[in-house]
Design a protein around this ligand. Structure first.
Ligand SMILES: [Fe+2]
Length: 184
């Protein structure tokens, strides 16, 4: 009885994530277009391809469970992506917009890591290793994408600090302590 309930819950989770992933496939091209930094563009483009794979991985999971691949509108992801698209229309292209895009994309990744973590745990609890393995693969990809975004953010912070140092040097003729100086 408990297993039946958990399996139902798993299907519900998958329907939510399935919708979320499809929303992300639609939203990523706008983020890629709005990004200026080459590494950010490349990272997001790579993740778009990964996300398409993730959608088909979910379809495989539905098939294993003998359920139709149906999605249930994911309001959480809708909200995150709406905020992301607001940024794109409000800010000018450049480092600050890139950092904002990274922030928005990381919120999306964290939502997914959490959603996949829950679904994967339920799959493990009901003993469906095939589904658990598929979900874990995607969960790992989301974690890798998140940490890549952190790397790009630090690259951008570094560039901003170097630019601020140059400006300070021009104004005062003195070199500042750079990274150490600006780390809070
Ligand atoms: Fe994803």
């Amino acid at each position: 009885m408990q297993q039946e309930t958990l399996e139902g819950l798993l299907v519900e989770c998958l329907r939510d994530i399935y919708d979320a992933e499809k929303q992300i496939v639609k939203a990523l091209p706008k983020m890629i277009k709005g990004a200026s930094n080459a590494d950010l563009k490349a990272g997001l483009s790579n993740h778009l391809e990964e996300t398409k794979e993730q959608v088909s991985r979910l379809e495989q999971a539905f098939e294993i469970l003998g359920e139709p691949a149906k999605s249930k509108p994911c309001k959480g992801m809708r909200g995150l992506l709406d905020e992301g698209s607001e940024l794109l229309s409000e800010e000018e292209p450049g480092v600050m917009l890139d950092l904002s895009i990274i922030g928005a994309a990381q919120k999306v990744e964290h939502y997914e890591i959490s959603a996949y973590g829950t679904a994967r745990t339920i799959a493990e609890k009901v003993g469906n290793q095939k589904v658990a393995k598929l979900l874990r693969k995607t969960e790992d990809e989301e974690k890798a994408a998140d940490s890549k975004l952190t790397d790009v953010a630090f690259e951008l912070y570094g560039a901003e600090e170097a630019a601020a140092d140059d400006e300070m040097e021009n104004k005062t003729g003195r070199k500042t302590a750079g990274l150490v100086n600006s780390r809070r």
